[in-house]
Unconditional design. Structure first.
Length: 634
């Protein structure tokens, strides 16, 4: 459940004279005795004083502003002429703040600013008074002020340094945000809201906030709760798999940058935000363990559109869900809203950046040989998108041309952001695409292999997944050739068999050399359903995701004769699976733990033509059992 923790408010109390200048007589700056910073109020702790009783003010002065001890010092001075004329018997003296015409000019205390409103700190309470004179000079006259009785409202009404101390065990409040979920502030105390006039047939009063009933964050502030009380129904692009989560929601009145931060949480948090609670494709931000933050801290910051409802998921990371603290507040103030706000630049995501030199296909960088090529996508255009990503970001386009046909490898694994990689023969023509990959490289990076023809220009598009942007590191290398059928067969058959491929293997109508590591693997076909049991099976190799341990594994080999997008799933298996794919039984190109239904696994990948892939069905934390492996074309 979520509860608002009111942030401290700084109250700086400074006595001011009528002309706005500072008064050295009664002003104070500070906190109340408990270190609590409180705002001024129009009633209660901020009170206008009563006027002094006739003949005496609140400092023990007589009616003329003098102390009783000094009452005779100025007895020789005549009172001021009510008509403002100078008394002929007046002896001029320097004007003093004493309600007399000391300098005999017909004016009283004209050298002192009096009569204005001022404030004074009385044991932590801010009291309003009137600027007046006494022998010491100008002071803040608070009259007969006295503290009021304590009220259950979250304030220190009796000015003793403690708020609501006369109401032990009661939830005192002044506004609804200070109360818990399902409570409202009524007559200074948090009370349960009235029940739903048309309740659900089977209400669950202890249910944690979810998409059906998210917690409403009415304003910026600090919230806390326990994500482990939720249900494991969602995950973000960056994490949150399997673990339970709870859902909050908010709407901002105007366009503004907002920041959501879980610093200080006692659990490993993942935070992601959507505009449609049930649609993962509507995700606008996701973070798991901010690299610049504290342990377990996750931070998202984005431009929120005024009037748009957003759903905030507080999920668990690798160490599971648990208690969290969530700070919801304004993000960094954007530099701009439109291009006109940026002299000689353009506005992108609230920041002024240099405009791209040209459209993506007009700013192609040629790769004149195998090697590493780089670029920064910040500020570039989003003109070209690969077919394997629903929404791409800014891109850099590279090109290459070979003198002789060869298989080439393009890999962005050393880039510092989530990349999408695609290859085409005409830069601006989506239909000319020959390969596309998202997350086939290391982590969220990309990798493709292409059988490139001689004297043909290929365009390599490296873009960010959705709005991801950063520094590209693109490896352009020569790939391994497919082993052809035995040279002794003349002519080579259209369809190979095991005899013709010795000592290789016939897979998908082509002969492949099978590394020793995969010697015991099952031959597979690209598509279909495979069933088996891993209990007692040998362990093949550790995976790059999940806690696989030494669980028994099943390994299937397959290849395709042309590039195709595939989905691999272990849905229907009766244990917690880990699924990963190796290229040539050596290099891991994809891995999944619990991204399928429940505790099963699912991988979407782009399979390149002629490449030998090994699909490994593993178990989480030594889990084994009956499995189902389905390989299908997307």
């Amino acid at each position: 459940m979520l509860r608002f923790l009111p942030a401290p408010l700084l109250a700086l109390v400074l006595v001011a004279c009528a002309d706005g200048s500072e008064d050295d007589g009664g002003g104070v700056i500070g906190f109340d005795p408990n270190g609590v910073m409180r705002p001024q109020r129009d009633a209660g702790t901020h009170q206008r004083p009563a006027r002094p009783e006739a003949g005496r003010d609140n400092l023990g002065m007589d009616g003329g502003g003098e102390s009783k001890e000094d009452a005779g010092l100025d007895a020789e001075l005549p009172p001021p002429d009510p008509d403002g004329d100078v008394d002929p018997e007046c002896t001029p003296q320097p004007e003093r703040c004493n309600d007399r015409d000391d300098d005999c000019d017909g004016q009283v205390d004209e050298d002192f600013e009096t009569g204005g409103v001022c404030s004074s700190n009385q044991n932590g309470c801010v009291v309003e008074g009137t600027l007046s004179c006494n022998e010491a000079g100008v002071f803040c006259d608070i009259g007969g002020w006295a503290p009021s009785a304590e009220v259950c409202d979250g304030e220190d009404n009796d000015c003793d340094g403690s708020a609501d101390e006369d109401f032990p065990g009661q939830a005192c409040c002044t506004d609804n945000f200070q109360c818990g979920l399902g409570e409202s502030c009524v007559d200074g105390q948090c009370q349960q809201d009235d029940p739903d006039p048309d309740p659900d047939p089977d209400p669950d009063p202890g249910a944690a906030p979810n998409c059906a009933e998210p917690f409403e964050m009415l304003d910026f502030g600090l919230y806390q709760g326990d994500a482990s009380m939720g249900e494991a129904a969602h995950n973000g692009e960056c994490g949150g798999f399997v673990n339970p989560e709870i859902v909050a929601t908010f709407v901002r009145p105007n366009d503004e940058v907002v920041r959501i931060d879980t610093a200080g949480s006692l659990s490993d948090t993942v935070v992601y935000v959507r505009t449609d609670c049930l649609n993962p494709a509507s995700e606008v931000a996701c973070n798991d363990n901010d690299p610049d933050g504290l342990l377990f801290e996750s931070v998202v910051e984005f431009m929120a559109t005024g009037g748009q409802r957003y759903f905030v998921f507080i999920d668990g990371g690798l160490l599971g869900s648990g208690p969290f603290v969530l700070e919801f507040g304004p993000g960094a103030v954007p530099d701009c809203a439109i291009d006109d706000d940026c002299p000689d630049q353009i506005c992108r995501d609230g920041r002024c950046v240099d405009p791209p030199a040209a459209a993506s296909c007009d700013a192609v960088e040629a790769m004149d040989g195998f090697g590493i090529y780089g670029a920064d996508t910040a500020g570039l255009n989003d003109d070209v998108d690969g077919s394997c990503v629903p929404e791409g970001g800014n891109e850099q386009v590279f090109s290459f041309e070979l003198d002789e046909a060869a298989r080439v490898v393009l890999d962005t694994s050393d880039s510092d952001f989530d990349t999408v990689l695609s290859v085409r023969t005409a830069c601006a023509d989506d239909a000319s695409e020959v390969a596309c990959d998202d997350d086939g490289g290391l982590g969220t990076r990309s990798r493709v292999e292409v059988d490139a023809a001689a004297n043909t220009t290929y365009y390599v598009v490296v873009e960010g997944f959705r709005a991801a942007s950063g520094t590209i590191s693109l490896e352009f290398a020569e790939g391994a050739a497919v082993v052809p059928p035995d040279a002794g067969v003349d002519p080579p058959p259209d369809v190979c068999d095991a005899d013709l491929c010795a000592p290789g293997r016939c897979i998908a109508d082509a002969c492949h050399e099978v590394p020793a590591a995969c010697a015991g693997a099952e031959l597979g076909v690209p598509f279909g359903e495979f069933r088996g049991n891993t209990v007692g099976a040998s362990a093949f190799a550790p995976s790059g995701c999940g806690l696989a341990g030494n669980a028994g594994e099943a390994v299937y080999l397959f290849a395709v004769d042309e590039a195709v997008d595939l989905t691999l799933s272990t849905a229907g298996s009766d244990y917690d699976t880990v699924l990963y794919v190796l290229e040539a039984c050596d290099r891991e190109v994809a891995c999944s733990d619990d991204s399928g239904l429940g505790l099963t696994s699912s991988i979407n990948m782009r399979a390149s033509a002629g490449v030998l892939y090994a699909v490994v069905v593993d178990g989480y934390n030594n889990a084994e059992g009956d499995f189902v492996l389905e390989i299908s074309e997307r």
